[in-house]
Design a protein around this ligand. Sequence first.
Ligand SMILES: [Zn+2]
Length: 189
Amino acid sequence: MTAINNTGQITVIVGPMYSGKTTELLTYVEIYKLGNKPYKIFKPVIDDRYAVKEIRSHSGMCEKAIPLDHSQKALEYVSNEKAIFFDEVQFFDEGLSDVAKTLRKKGKDIICAGLDMSFKENPFMTTVKLMGLADKVIKKKAVCHECGEYKGVITYKLSGNESEIDVGGMEKYIAVCMDCYEKFRSKTD
Ligand SMILES: [Zn+2]
């Protein structure tokens, strides 16, 4: 009997900003790199916080990445890779889950990272769909910017417009625990 092990695995890393999602993603990249296995990294074009053709963790690790304006385009780049990475998945179209399914059938491991919830406490649908398909979900926490407890699960927007797709850093967003989030929300409502 032949073992059937041709499908890949989908791993999804989620959490608020500053929870180390990209660092975790880059840790996975390292595993394939050390094993001399080919891989590719994709990111959505909307994310222009750092130089366009790379992803960078807050801790300073860095890897080349291909910016995509549509998830389907990833398939055009894929050939003999063992692993395919997607960062900031919340900014991709919802079709990314179908792309992940296609890649998994082709034997690729897919490792995704992204926000699971907006600052309005709404789940990001692209992330949710991937979590539903995943073989493994890693939910990260951040240190709450307000109380200092390691319970930060949501990103809070300090200022600016109400858009949920709005790239920014510490000047615009902080990670907080649910208690502090409720406190902030009741102040602004
Ligand atoms: Zn707190």
